[in-house]
Design a protein around this ligand. Structure first.
Ligand code: C2E
Ligand code: MG
Ligand code: MG
Length: 281
């Protein structure tokens, strides 16, 4: 079976008319671009070219660092840093997401095992990773070999994981939760934000998307109302909340006053490599 990228390439090459239609050329260019990046990402994988950066998550009341989110970084030899939003879809297309995702989990657990025991580590998991049966095994293996307490590992998923087969997704989330790790719903408020997922998947925490953090701090009444509602819901369900993308003191204050339990964003710290964490102490 041809992947869409290959198909576009094939069709573009088959076109005997000399010049192809604009959209076909665009598809060709995109396919070519993905193919080149795919080669490069394979090389990065085999040459330790991928790295994790860690961003602090702060307790809204005490100001203490309670966790850190691991974020995948790829410094391309020619193009410089490529954001994960751009290269993760390529990794998924290339069938490399399990390999790279497993590496992220093991690496993040090994790093967190060196932190003080109050600090959790959060790892992002994409929908494609959940579909395989191997994820729980990888998590179990990483916890065992690093001796990290399961409750110190948070797995962040967005609601996009529910777009496929709901029953399969819920089963694999439940398998992970049974290991003792904490499930976190990322980017809440950004998409459909169905309340149904919240009752079925037993999340330990909801992360409120940056757009609402900005809006609420700017005094947008609709944003304030929505954040209120999310926080009331979270309290009712007994789950924690993290405000994402907090960039200013004003945003931090508003989210704290509204009752958000944790804060994360450039205001408190940018994602940094593990080596820099050690220097920070
Ligand atoms: P996310 O999980 O919602 O991560 C938060 C993103 O917001 C990160 O972008 C972070 O650098 C950025 N951010 C944090 N604070 C601020 C702020 O104050 N202002 C602004 N403007 N941005 C802030 P990043 O690292 O580019 O990652 C983007 C997305 O890529 C992540 O969103 C996550 O969905 C995905 N991702 C990152 N690493 C991994 C990974 O290891 N595996 C998987 N499957 N996905 C990953
Ligand atoms: Mg995240
Ligand atoms: Mg997020």
């Amino acid at each position: 079976l041809m992947r869409s990228a290959d198909l576009a390439l094939y069709r573009a090459k088959q076109d005997g008319r000399g010049g192809f239609a604009y959209f076909e050329r665009r598809m060709y260019e995109e396919a070519e671009e993905s193919r080149l990046l795919e080669q490069d990402v394979r090389q990065a994988l085999s040459e330790d070219g991928l790295a994790l950066a860690y961003q602090p998550i702060i307790d809204a009341t005490t100001g203490a660092v309670v966790g850190r989110e691991a974020l995948l970084r790829w410094r391309h030899p020619k193009r410089g840093d490529i954001p994960p939003d751009q290269f993760i879809p390529i990794i998924e297309d290339a069938g490399l997401i399990h390999q790279i995702g497993d590496w992220v989990i093991r690496e993040a657990c090994a790093e967190a095992a060196r932190w003080d025991r109050q600090t959790r580590v959060a790892v992002n998991i994409s929908a494609a990773q959940l579909s395989g049966a191997g994820l729980a095994k990888t998590v179990l293996g990483a916890l065992a070999s690093t001796r990290l307490e399961p409750s110190r590992l948070e797995l962040e998923v967005t609601e996009s994981v529910f777009l496929g087969d709901d029953a399969v997704t819920l089963a694999s989330l439940e398998r992970l939760r049974a290991l003792g790790v904490r499930l976190v719903l990322d980017d809440f408020g950004k998409g459909y934000s169905s309340f149904g997922y919240l009752s079925r998947a037993h999340f330990a925490k909801i992360k409120i998307d940056q757009s609402f953090v900005r809006g609420a701090a700017d005094g947008a009444q609709d944003c304030v109302a929505i954040v209120h509602a999310i926080l009331a819901l979270a309290r009712g369900l007994g789950v924690e909340t993290t405000a994402e993308g907090v960039e200013t003191e004003a945003q931090a204050e508003v989210m704290q006053q509204l009752g958000c339990t944790q804060l994360q964003g450039f205001h408190f710290g940018r994602p940094v490599p593990a080596e820099e964490l050690e220097q920070l102490g």
